[in-house]
Design a protein around this ligand. Structure first.
Ligand code: FAD
Length: 411
């Protein structure tokens, strides 16, 4: 019986998921396969290990496929049909079948119940071993060639060559992976970092690192571009602003920010309310409650005192002002600050918990029914090597699981 040889380039999230599923499928249908993962470095699943602060945010507790797609600045259209075949619920079931329970946090992020990425790595290692997947470390693939026979010649850095029936490129954001795809005729779209926080230097943010806002609205204004808007938790850092609202907006505007050299204006609505009148109502309530007190000492319960002091400074409210003496004009000035403070963004900062690259293999060149190249039959892609990226919250891993699962049905 001939043995079908499947080579997976890259021992990361997508590579492991594809290899395990392909080998398990073959086993259950009595097909003889030799599935090999070739990993360039000396360790597997490195990003899984460090992901989610070492806890691995595996997916997101959102099982409505259309809503799930809305979390992808790039790839939403293509992923819609893919998620109809393998979505977050299938990920939860897949891990459950292998003894790993995923639990959701209040914000929807799902982690293994052990709270450590080691659980995911161990699960993959055991499943790969049981299914007979071979994992070869320090096997950097340097070149891929399609032979006239339709098979592939895989050239390893060690000098070794392997002939394969099908190949999957699952090299993540590595530019070397992009080179392999280009060798086989693919186009790589413009690369840009995604999921970053903003560098801002402004006295209003000084001395406030760590201060968070439950639901701020952020609006990003980049010269000559349409404005971007997001809402969600936000945090002041030592270098500017971060947190889900900022990271999300950085993902949506990843390419535009690259083109503007990370210079833009960021307008913050600190309380995330829809109308300035709502801010005025909140301030009037504080005034009623503290009419005999100084404005400095009685403030809306949603705000921290040290932030309130900064708001008053920015609104030019005198230190000794009492609520009883505050004019409508002064009240309006405070409301203006709370509703729309504008900062100059001076640059970007890498977000340590989840960092992805936008750009990769052009999606027009991939058949999403199989995750197979439209240019080079027998070549498959999954994960971050594609021009797909999601916002923070488990969406990037779900892209890897879904693409890898679909590819595994065809490899
Ligand atoms: C710090 C951090 C935290 C993150 N946390 C989360 C999170 O909690 N949730 C989430 O959804 N996403 C998270 N992400 C994003 C997520 O890790 C990636 O989207 C995901 O790992 C992509 O999977 P992949 O298999 O495509 O690529 P990777 O996991 O990056 O794997 C690619 C592999 O290919 C190997 N490789 C590259 N070139 C070659 C070659 N030529 N030959 C052989 N091997 C090669 C690499 O060494 C690597 O092991 C995080 C990212 C970072 C950096």
């Amino acid at each position: 019986m001939s043995v079908r040889k499947i080579i997976i380039v890259g021992g990361g999230a997508a590579g492991f998921f594809a290899a395990i599923n392909a080998a398990e499928n073959a086993k259950s249908s009595n097909m003889a396969v030799d599935v090999q993962i070739l990993e360039a470095s000396g360790a597997i699943l490195k990003k899984v290990s460090i992901s989610g602060g070492g806890r691995c945010n595996v997916t997101h507790n959102l099982f409505e496929v259309r809503a799930f797609c809305e979390r992808y600045p790039r790839g939403a259209k293509e992923l819609l049909s893919a998620f109809q075949r393998f979505q977050a619920r299938d990920t939860v079931d897949w891990f459950q079948k292998r003894g790993v329970t995923l639990v959701a946090e209040a914000d929807g992020r799902m982690f293994p119940d052990t709270n450590t990425s080691e659980t995911i790595i161990k699960c993959f290692q055991e499943a790969a071993a049981n299914a007979g997947v071979q994992v070869k470390l320090n096997h950097k693939v340097e070149s891929l060639r399609r032979l006239e026979s339709g098979k592939f010649m895989v050239q390893i850095r060690t000098g070794e060559t392997i002939e394969a029936d099908s190949v999957m490129i699952a090299t993540g954001s590595s530019t070397f992976g992009h080179t392999l795809a280009k060798e086989l005729g693919h186009t790589i779209t413009e690369l840009a970092p995604s999921l970053f926080s903003f560098k801002i230097e402004n006295p209003m943010l000084n001395d406030l690192p760590g201060l968070s806002f439950e639901s701020a609205e952020v609006k990003l204004l980049i010269p000559n571009e349409k404005p971007f808007k997001e809402k969600g938790p936000m945090v002041i850092t030592h270098w500017g602003l971060s947190g889900p609202a900022v990271l999300k907006i950085s993902a949506w505007a990843a390419r535009e920010m690259l083109h503007s050299d990370y210079k833009a204006q960021l307008k913050i609505n600190w309380m995330g309310v829809d109308r300035i009148e709502t801010v005025l109502d909140i301030l009037k309530k504080a005034k009623t409650e503290g009419v005999k007190s100084q404005v400095h000492n009685v403030y809306p319960e949603q705000l921290a005192k040290r932030f309130w002091v900064k708001v008053l400074e920015k609104a030019k409210t005198p230190d000794d002002k009492r609520w009883a003496d505050i004019s409508n004009k002064e009240l309006q000035a405070i409301a203006d600050v709370l509703f729309a403070t504008t900062f100059e963004v001076l640059g970007k900062n890498r977000y340590k918990d989840e960092f992805v690259e936008c750009g990769g293999v052009d999606l027009k060149e991939v058949n999403f029914k199989k995750m197979e190249s439209k240019i080079c039959p027998g070549l498959y892609f999954a994960g971050e090597v594609l021009d797909i990226d999601g916002i923070t919250g488990g969406f990037n891993f779900q892209n890897a699981w879904t693409g890898a699962w679909i590819a595994s049905q065809n490899l």
